[in-house]
Design a protein around this ligand. Structure first.
Ligand SMILES: Nc1ncnc2c1ncn2[C@@H]1O[C@H](COP(=O)(O)OP(=O)(O)OP(=O)(O)O)[C@@H](O)[C@H]1O
Ligand SMILES: [Mg+2]
Length: 216
């Protein structure tokens, strides 16, 4: 990465909390030092010994697998390893999140769009693309938080659900771009991310059910 990262020589130095996990199955996220390398740890150890620990382990394993797949790619942090099954260590990406960045150029979004197309071509959808899950480091967008990511098995032909997840990633990217640069989607981009009829009906059906459920 291009940004300067202060060296870290002492693995026992106190960690800096980046985000406290408050909701269900949300990890504590902190910055620390792993084997002398600046690292970020997503930590679910508060679930140890509880019935949710199995799920937490699964989340760690899934995110680690995806990061492993993306190893060497400049748009994702390198995996440093898992710790005791309930925590995941990855490369610390210096910079700011897209949400916090003061000004974000259109070039960042061009790179992000290209990165997303490569991710999708590898059969992976991110599924939680928003401003705090994209770091901008030396002008390069880096995707973080692959907890909700999904990788379709290679043998599976592109499924309508995968197609919908890709569309949804792209929709989120275009929303962020419009919010941060004022650039609206072109008519072809808007057509590309428009929901097909079955998704629109599903959405309407779900909203009706939810309203009924709340009033019942
Ligand atoms: N590799 C990294 N390098 C630098 N900062 C990071 C890294 N990974 C995560 N962060 C920071 O920590 C924050 C929380 O991490 P992450 O999004 O993975 O956790 P989360 O609990 O899944 O968050 P949320 O549910 O709010 O999306 C990120 O928004 C980002 O600011
Ligand atoms: Mg996140």
């Amino acid at each position: 990465m291009n940004n300067f990262v202060s060296p870290c020589v002492d693995d026992t130095a106190p960690a800096e909390l980046l985000k406290r996990g408050e909701r269900l199955l949300e990890p504590d996220v902190y910055r620390t030092c792993l084997n002398g390398q600046p690292a970020v740890v997503k930590d679910y150890t508060r679930y140890r010994g509880t019935p949710l620990s199995l799920l937490a382990r699964l989340l760690v394993r899934r995110e680690a697998r995806i990061l492993q797949r993306l190893s060497g790619w400049k748009h994702a942090p390198a995996l440093l390893g898992t710790i005791g099954g309930l925590a995941l260590g990855m490369e610390f990406i210096p910079g700011q999140t897209l949400s916090a960045a003061q000004s974000v150029g259109v070039e960042v979004f061009e790179q992000l769009q290209y990165a997303l197309s490569r991710l999708h071509a590898a059969g992976i959808t991110h599924n939680d693309l928003h401003g705090t899950n994209v770091m901008v480091s030396g002008g390069v967008p880096v995707l973080v938080d692959f907890t909700s990511a999904w990788r379709s098995p290679r043998w599976l032909p592109v499924h309508p659900v995968s197609r919908q997840l890709r569309r949804s990633d792209m929709k989120n990217l275009l929303k962020m771009r419009q919010r941060l640069t004022g650039l609206k989607p072109t008519p072809s981009q808007a057509a590309l991310v428009a929901d097909p009829r079955w998704v629109a009906s599903l959405r309407v059906g779900w909203k009706r059910f939810y309203r009924w459920f709340k009033s019942a």
